[in-house]
Design a protein around this ligand. Structure first.
Ligand code: DGY
Length: 409
């Protein structure tokens, strides 16, 4: 145990680039938004000041609109594609032009709880920035039914999940031009998204760049708008945490309770009545993904009681021994090693497991035990085959190490 804790700390320290942490050297050489939020929880276990710094550095890249980018390109690195020139964004720090699930809102609150005396000023300094990000989601990423949507699969963080298949099939990327992928130089191509997906990822970036990354212009005739449980549930949890901590510290929480109530109501539109679980849908045509994913189970993290989902969790845990798979193994689209179409992810397991435990479901602890087991056996890798436990994706991965320190270990 103490060796593993030591190894996990060593990964965080090795991936620290001075004020921010890369997810893993090589494959992801910049600061990623939600990876960084998890890194802060790992640092909080042994260096609380460094933990705060991780989130502060992330917010130093916040745009005037309130959006916090999904990648901050602090220092150029030719080993990654698409880099800052492809995005062509004009924020305070070179960045991508899309966001990522705002789990930092919740984790900043956790840093505060870990040491309230130490953290209260740092939390207060971030508070209005965090609220501005939350409000940006409500303004620019909320559909007619009140669900939070994404405008790019990378925005959700679940890059090649089946959730995007319908919207992706409506994109014709023939004018995307030549580009060279770098990800498959670091990790075996069978564990990564396909060329079909990549052409569309890049096409969506090119479209938004042409529109100058202007939220209003991008919203017009947007071919990719998919209501996403990842985004919706994590945002709802984040807003609840902001309200609770803001009230304790006497900060300006005006309007927050109302925004939370709107997100609670909006969550109902993510319930797929035909399948009987939380799901994503294409906002442009209403077509459901019919996909039971690990994001479906974030309902508890959002504070929704959803007892039905417990039965679904039991079913997927019966089918996959090594943690919550990113897609149910009984779905014909399941692909055990391909990124978000099957593998189990430690950080998703943490949000699912904690949320389930908060709701009083015994399965929460079961998810933790299985996550602990798979990491103990196969190491601090990016993700795991949920059927065999085998290591997959990048090695020495920040958020897997952080999840070990903060929860699984
Ligand atoms: C990538 O490059 O694969 C990332 O997931 C984008 O965020």
């Amino acid at each position: 145990q103490s060796d593993r804790n030591e190894a996990a700390r060593a990964i965080l320290i090795a991936n620290d680039r001075g004020g921010y942490t890369v997810p893993t050297a090589g494959l992801y050489p910049y600061q990623w938004n939600w990876d960084s939020a998890f890194a802060s929880l790992g640092f909080a276990e042994f260096d609380i000041s460094r933990a705060w710094q991780e989130i502060e550095t992330l917010f130093s890249g916040q745009w005037d609109s309130g959006m916090v980018p999904h990648i901050l390109f602090h220092k150029p690195d030719p080993g990654y594609f698409p880099g800052p020139d492809v995005w062509g964004c004009a924020g305070p720090i070179p960045s991508s032009g899309i966001t990522q699930p705002p789990v930092a809102l919740s984790f900043a609150t956790r840093l505060l709880r870990a040491d309230p005396e130490f953290g209260k000023d740092r939390f207060a300094a971030l508070f209005s920035k965090m609220r501005a990000w939350g409000e940006w989601f409500l303004k620019w990423r909320r559909d007619e039914k009140g669900a939070i949507f994404v405008v790019h699969p990378w925005e959700s963080g679940r890059d090649n999940a089946p959730d995007w298949d319908d919207a992706m099939s409506g994109i014709d990327p023939q004018d995307v031009g030549f580009y060279e992928r770098r990800d498959t130089q670091h990790v075996d191509a069978s564990m990564r998204p396909t060329k079909y997906d990549y052409d569309r990822y890049i096409w969506l970036v090119q479209r938004a760049k042409r529109l100058g990354w202007d939220d209003a212009a991008m919203a017009e005739d947007n071919p990719f708008r998919v209501a996403d449980p990842t985004m919706h549930f994590i945002l709802l949890r984040g807003m609840r945490d902001l309200l609770a901590a803001g009230e304790e510290l006497g900060l300006d929480t005006d309007g927050l309770a109302g925004q939370i109530a709107e997100l609670e109501a909006g969550a109902e539109s993510l319930w797929n009545p035909g399948m009987g679980f939380y799901d994503s849908y294409n906002c442009n045509n209403g077509i459901w993904s019919n996909a039971l994913t690990n994001a479906s189970f974030l309902c508890w993290f959002a504070g929704l009681s959803s007892p039905h989902m417990e039965t679904h969790l039991q079913r997927v845990l019966d089918a996959a021994p090594y943690g919550v798979p990113s897609l149910a193994p009984f779905d014909p689209r399941f692909d055990a090693k391909r990124y978000w179409r099957g593998p189990t992810w430690g950080m998703m397991n943490m949000m699912i497991g904690e949320g389930a435990t908060e709701q009083g479901f015994a399965l929460g602890e079961e998810v933790r035990k299985r996550t602990r087991e798979v990491i103990s056996k196969y190491g601090f890798v990016e993700y795991f085959d949920p059927m065999t436990g085998e290591a997959a994706g990048g090695k020495a991965f920040t958020w897997t190490a952080a999840v070990w320190l903060a929860w699984a270990g």
